[in-house]
Write a protein that binds this ligand. Structure first.
Ligand SMILES: Nc1ncnc2c1ncn2[C@@H]1O[C@H](COP(=O)(O)OP(=O)(O)OP(=O)(O)O)[C@@H](O)[C@H]1O
Length: 232
C-alpha cells in the first residue's frame, strides 16, 4: 500500500507537485498517467527517497518514509525510466550484484534470468546489449527480490509488443500475489484496458481517476498534444 498526502515539490520557481494526494493498493496495477513534464518521475523519485519533498507525507506499507525510512524503502523495488548499468559488466554480473545487495541466493538469479530469457546474454557486456534486452535485464533486476511494492517508470518504452504483453502479465501476476504496483507512463495506447486503476496527474495533482479501458476515450482532447497524440 502506498499513501501520499499533501506532497509538494518545487524546482526553483516551478511547482511540480502541488499538495498531491495519491494511493495505490495491494493486489492492483495502478497507472499514473500524464503528459511529459507533468511530474510522474518526480512522484516516483519522492517515493524512492531519491529526492526530498518540500511538504507532505509518504507512507509505504505502513512505514512513514520520513520517520521509518529503511522500513519503507525495504519494501520497494524501483525501475527507473532509463536504467543504466556499468557498460563493461555482463548481464550475469549485474544480476549477481543486485542479488548480493538483497541477500538473495544464486537459485533466485537463475530463476529470474530464465524467466526474462537472459541466459544467452548472461556473459555479454551490458553496453553491447540492445535497448530492449537491457530493459529486460532491468526488469529482471526489479523482480529479483519479489518486493511487495513495485514502482515502474515507463517500463514498456523499448520493449517490442510481445515483451510488452509479457510485462503486463508479469505485473498482474505480481498484483495477484498481493503486490502494490504503480506504473508511471504517458503511453496511453499501450495500457488501454491493462490496469486496474488509472490516476491522471495534471497541474501537480491527481485530478481524475479512470478505468484504464476508458483511457482512449478520456483523452481525445489531448490529441493535438504531440506526445499524447503519438502515444494513442
Ligand atoms: N532535478 C530537477 N531539477 C529541476 N527541474 C526538474 C528536476 N527534475 C524534474 N524537473 C522538472 O520537473 C518537471 C516534471 O518532470 P518529471 O520528469 O517529473 O515529469 P514526467 O511527467 O515524468 O515527464 P516525462 O513523461 O517526460 O518523463 C519538468 O518540468 C522537469 O523539467
Amino acid at each position: 500500500m502506498i499513501t501520499i498526502n499533501g506532497l509538494s515539490k518545487s524546482y526553483g520557481r516551478q511547482r511540480v507537485l502541488d499538495a498531491l494526494e495519491l494511493d495505490a493498493r495491494p493486489g492492483e496495477v495502478t497507472l499514473l498517467v500524464g503528459a511529459n513534464g507533468s511530474g510522474k518521475t518526480t512522484t516516483l523519485r519522492q517515493l524512492c527517497g531519491l529526492s526530498s519533498p518540500d511538504a507532505g507525507r509518504i507512507v509505504i506499507g505502513g512505514a512513514d518514509l520520513a520517520t521509518a525510512r529503511m522500513a519503507a524503502l525495504g519494501q520497494l523495488s524501483f525501475l527507473p525510466q532509463s536504467p543504466r548499468f556499468h557498460a563493461r559488466l555482463t548481464a550475469g554480473e549485474i544480476l549477481e550484484f543486485y542479488a548480493r545487495l538483497r541477500g538473495l541466493p544464486a537459485s533466485r538469479i537463475a530463476a529470474v534470468q530464465e524467466h526474462w530469457q537472459l541466459q544467452e546474454v548472461r556473459g555479454h557486456a551490458t553496453g553491447k546489449l540492445s535497448g530492449g534486452t537491457r530493459q529486460r535485464l532491468a526488469l529482471a533486476v526489479l523482480s529479483l527480490p519479489d518486493a511487495p511494492v513495485l514502482l515502474l517508470d515507463e517500463p514498456g518504452l523499448s520493449l517490442d509488443p510481445d515483451w510488452r504483453r509479457f510485462l503486463h502479465a508479469e505485473l498482474h501476476a505480481a498484483a495477484r500475489r498481493g503486490a502494490t504496483v504503480l506504473v508511471a507512463t504517458h503511453l496511453l495506447g499501450e495500457w488501454d484496458g491493462q490496469a486496474d486503476r488509472c490516476l491522471v496527474l495534471e497541474g501537480g495533482r491527481v485530478t481524475r481517476e479512470l478505468p484504464s479501458s476508458r483511457l482512449r476515450e478520456a483523452f481525445p482532447f489531448s490529441l493535438p498534444h504531440p506526445v499524447l497524440a503519438h502515444a494513442v
